[in-house]
Ligand binder design. Structure first.
Ligand code: CDP
Length: 806
């Protein structure tokens, strides 16, 4: 070896593979304003569509008159339900097995529901046309409070379902009932409660919020009448699923539909489902023969295309006097709005809410979820969480704090006492999941030591004494949260969407010069897939990440994949990438053996190529193997170096984390200050620590927003009163607290590279940490549970109700 020969460390570093803080390659274009988003697309002759929307939450549509609108210069067409009926598209199926109106058919069921679609030569003309469409409504009684939806005299919302005693998920108990879903052992759980020394019961609400990505939902549809082909560019988190859904509902052959997701400015679950805008733009393009663009504005996004949460969770825990949990009983009232359009895997009407036993070893549990209709927007999307997991984590983490309060135990100690122990993994939960790996005690203790937990509790006790003496008007809260996520939907035995198993896919093509392209079935909305997918390949096959181009989002070129949401990309697509890379490596080994004139078994892998066992100077690099693949492969072998992998994971992955929030609240104003927020995440093998940190920062910021103010709120008449960023809390850098991040590494035993997802975790674990901090502060004044969101005004109201403010 001469001085110029790179060391093993230098060869490893040159790859920028897994574990490297590789800079995000996509940021080169994003930071220069060179991203290519749907709204950047301008096609010759392109038309623009805009919706007439309902001002009422519930009303009969008596008539729609478009005469005046059609006279507006530039307006070419006005679509209404009657028009869509001619092509059988007035209603569309939802992912949850329900149907949804594309345009109001006889009545409207939520404020801002789509009533008519105006198509014009430009967006302004379309808007002017919208203003001229005359709709006659007859208002009907409204249901906003989910607890009133199943009252005897509650108005019938879904007239299309009258007389239907069962739906996609079994029997319906009432005309506004959608499904009841139960899991667990009721008798055993009831018995645990009868025997318990201590029980708690609380109705814990997780209010309605919205993912509100900066880029709203949008599309451009272009129908080529000659070829009979439809091309759709759209903000789709799951482009292949959109292609299949369009094929099924529009009865177009799937090969004649091209779906392209260009750069996406955030999704957070909002861009998974199919919305009326997509259907109307496609129909308008078919009718006019021109490309049609539809771009939602902010108010439309917040009020019409999906929502998240709206879960009302009556939660009971049974425990021994020493604080050992013995049973969990949860009933959820799930408000789905006007149509059940939840984006869950088909068999799971309440998503993976049965992860509600959390990180604790409950011997028995029982869960019942009732889904109901109300006069609110449909959706129920997984807002930066795996299907309903954030609701479950919030439910159990609040309940554990409430139990600690009743037992007069420290909440961290109660958690440590009840954690699933390392030797119990793989752990079978009482509600049916098999947790792959975890080391909860280590994570919790690391968190407690880092933040000096005991000292914080001492400081809190001193502050409480000072408050009692009248020396301060501030109360201090310490919010502990320990969460277990379930991500990576999913194994085909558990998960499908419309019958399609939730696998994911990767294709790798290596070129002769040692560069390559990989196409993946996932679709980044900002998570940095172009950076990290190349890192997996770099480590697996020893080609520098910079030499691998990553492409996603084009259904004509990428292999079929189920898309990106619920942190499934790393657990599923990431595994497909590793498996495809291993196929490349296996072929490369045969070529290497031929070139080095040895048997394959005499070769061993060495960072970026193969070497002959026992003869370290006899090597061939992967770069040279790529060249050889195109000119000197072993006799009988096909030339080229490509591989495809479709990966059906054997199980989900179960990342976890220990979070703590320290907060002071001024009782006279309700103003809070987040003094400290520490987040320890364990997502197994870490591909890119810098990207993970960015994911955690983003998710914590959303968690902060949700817990401390973000809310989609309706008044009694069904008007959305938080329909813009003036009212819907969207934190900026000014309000956002400082985040301290940390980690432990417990690899997934079944994932090819041991990685678990991470993108969702901070939203899931962050919300209970904030809410527990507020509740911990107020517990000192005698409260048990205060519902989110905890904005200044509500904090002040709580202080007043508890007698702390005159
Ligand atoms: O599905 P989604 O991309 O939203 O979530 P994810 O699988 O949690 O990945 C988010 C980002 O974090 C991706 O760029 C991953 O490659 C990266 N990541 C990582 O570097 N290491 C992990 N163990 C998990 C995710």
């Amino acid at each position: 070896m001469n001085d110029m020969t790179p060391t093993r460390e230098q060869r490893t570093a040159a790859l920028e593979g897994m574990g490297c803080k590789r800079k995000r390659v996509e940021d080169i274009r994003f930071t220069q304003g060179k991203g290519s988003y749907v709204d950047d697309l301008k096609l010759p002759g392109m038309l623009h569509g805009d919706f007439v929307r309902s001002p009422h939450a519930h009303a009969r549509v008596k008539s729609i008159n478009s005469e005046a609108a059609l006279k507006v210069p530039g307006v070419l067409a006005v679509l209404a339900a009657e028009t869509l009926k001619t092509v059988n598209l007035a209603w569309m199926p939802t992912l949850a097995g329900d149907v949804q109106m594309v345009l109001a058919d006889g009545k409207v069921l939520f404020q801002n529901q789509e009533v008519a679609f105006v198509v014009a030569t430009d967006r302004y003309a379309a808007d002017d046309g919208v203003a001229k469409v005359v709709v006659e409504y007859e208002p009907l009684p409204v249901i906003i409070d989910p607890f009133k939806a199943m009252d005897k005299d509650a108005p019938v919302l879904r007239e299309d379902l009258v007389g239907k005693t069962s739906g996609a998920h079994g029997p319906r108990k009432h005309h506004n009932h959608i499904f009841e879903w139960t899991v667990g052992d009721k008798d055993l759980t009831d018995a645990a409660f009868r025997k318990a020394d201590v029980t708690i019961k609380e109705m814990i609400s997780y209010h309605r919020v919205h993912p509100s990505p900066l880029e709203t939902c949008q599309c451009v549809c272009s129908f080529d009448k000659i070829k009979g082909e439809l091309t759709i560019w759209g903000t789709f988190q799951a482009p292949h699923v959109i292609r299949t859904v369009v094929s099924l509902i529009a009865k177009l052959p799937e090969q004649k539909i091209h779906v392209i997701s260009p750069d996406i400015g955030g999704g957070f679950g909002n861009k998974v489902g199919a919305y009326p805008g997509y259907i109307c733009a496609a129909v308008a393009s078919i009718v006019t023969g021109k490309p049609v663009k539809w771009v939602e504005d902010r108010i439309e996004n917040l009020t019409a295309t999906s929502f998240a949460r709206d879960y009302h969770m009556t939660t009971e825990i049974a425990a021994t006097g020493e604080g050992r949990v013995t049973g969990l009983r949860v009933h959820v009232l799930a408000d789905h709005g006007a149509f059940d359009a939840c984006a869950d895997p088909s068999k799971w009407p309440a998503g993976f809410f049965n992860i509600v036993t959390g990180s604790y070893d409950f011997p028995t549990a029982h869960l019942a979820v009732d889904g109901i209709y109300s006069n609110k927007a449909p959706g129920g999307v997984a807002y930066r969480c795996s299907f309903r997991v954030t609701e479950a984590a919030y439910c159990i983490e609040r309940a554990m704090d409430i139990l600690a309060q009743k037992l007069k135990m420290d909440p961290a100690e109660l958690r440590l006492k009840n954690f699933v122990k390392p030797e119990q993994f793989p752990y079978h939960s009482a509600l049916g999941w098999e947790y792959d790996s975890g080391n909860y005690h280590t994570a919790m203790r690391k968190m407690m030591e880092t933040v000096k937990y005991a000292e914080l509790r001492k400081e809190q006790a001193d502050k409480r004494a000072a408050f009692k003496r009248g020396e301060t008007r501030e109360i201090m809260g310490i919010g502990v949260s320990f969460f277990t996520e379930i991500v990576g939907a999913g194994p085909s035995k558990n998960c499908d969407i419309l019958g399609i198993a939730m696998f994911d896919s990767c294709e790798i093509r290596m070129h002769p010069t040692g560069a390559g392209i990989t196409r993946v079935g996932s679709k980044s909305q900002g998570q940095g897939h172009e950076t990290t997918w190349a890192q997996i390949i770099a480590t697996e096959i020893g080609i520098p990440a910079d030499n691998i181009m990553v492409e996603e989002g084009n259904t004509d070129t990428a292999p079929y994949g189920l898309g990106t949401y619920g942190s499934r990309s790393t657990p599923v697509a990431g595994a497909a990438i590793a498996m495809a890379a291993r196929k490349i490596k296996a072929k490369a080994q045969m070529i290497a053996a031929y070139k080095l004139e040895v048997h394959e078994d005499d070769l061993e892998w060495d960072i970026d190529g193969f070497r002959v066992k026992g003869l370290p100077e006899k090597t061939i690099s992967m770069k040279d193997i790529c060249w050889a693949a195109y000119n000197s492969v072993p006799p009988g072998m096909e030339p080229g170096l490509e591989a495809v992998s479709y990966y059906d994971p054997p199980n989900m992955t179960y990342p976890f984390g220990a979070y703590i929030c320290v907060m002071d609240i001024d009782v006279d104003t309700g103003v809070y200050k987040v003094r400290r927020f520490y987040a320890l995440d364990d997502c197994g093998t870490r591909i890119n620590p810098m990207i993970i940190e960015g994911q955690v920062h983003g998710g914590l910021t959303e968690a902060f927003a949700i817990a401390m103010g973000q809310e989609i709120r309706y008044d009694e008449g069904g008007n959305v009163v938080t329909g813009s960023f003036m009212d819907f809390f969207m934190p900026t850098a000014v309000e956002t607290p400082h985040w301290e991040t940390d980690f432990t590494v417990t690899p997934s035993p079944h994932h090819p590279i041991g990685a678990k997802g991470v993108g969702e975790s901070p939203n899931v674990g962050g919300v209970p940490a904030f809410s527990n901090a507020v509740n911990d502060a107020f517990s000192f004044l005698g409260s048990t549970h205060i519902q989110m969101p905890h904005d200044y005004w509500r904090n002040w109201k709580a202080a007043k109700a508890l007698g702390a403010v005159a």
